[in-house]
Ligand binder design. Structure first.
Ligand code: SF4
Length: 169
């Protein structure tokens, strides 16, 4: 699928209150206006309970702005040339609480892998052990940073949380 098609798909999911997005998919006003201009958002109102959830996610994201920005910058380094603002959307939704495919409102982990293959192909090549995507992002950032270590163990093989980070074989 083209990266444009993925952006359109996520916009459709957001507009129907699926997943666990913040308001405006975590974009600022200018980015949101550009996305709306590039794609015709579906008509209709987002259900009020979904709007409330999106508001709560926005409040949560506001408390973790630096983390979100750093993750978006890191994702941008691996993004297909025409996929922006996918890095910003993925970084924002990564702060939610479930598996990334669920928080994006996708059908399945397999669909997320298709999205990642089209929008972040180098990350799919790097995720050779089929690590869960949010865990993979943070683990990679740990390995690449020289400061704060997010993971509890320097080695996944020796870590007691391994079952939470990797898909079963
Ligand atoms: S298994 Fe442990 S060390 Fe590896 S990514 Fe998960 S938490 Fe981090």
């Amino acid at each position: 699928m083209l990266t444009r098609d993925w952006l359109q798909r996520l916009l459709w999911l957001y507009a129907h209150g699926e997943g666990c997005y913040p308001l405006k998919m975590g974009l600022d006003a200018a980015q949101w206006a550009t996305l709306q201009a590039d794609f015709s958002p579906p008509a209709g109102q987002i259900p009020s309970d979904c709007l409330l959830r999106q508001s709560v996610m926005s409040e949560l994201n506001a408390t973790r702005t630096e983390e979100r920005q750093q993750l978006a910058q890191w994702l941008a380094c691996y993004m297909a040339p025409d996929a922006a603002p996918m890095h910003l959307i993925i970084a924002s939704v990564s702060l939610a609480f479930n598996h990334l495919w669920q928080d994006l409102g996708l059908h399945s982990r397999e669909e997320l892998r298709e999205l990642m293959s089209d929008c972040f192909p180098r990350l799919v090549e790097m995720n050779t052990q089929n690590m869960r995507w949010k865990k993979f992002f943070y683990r990679q950032r740990c390995l690449q940073s020289d400061g704060e270590l997010v993971c509890r163990s320097p080695s996944c093989d020796a870590c007691c949380e391994r079952a939470y980070c990797f898909e079963p074989a």
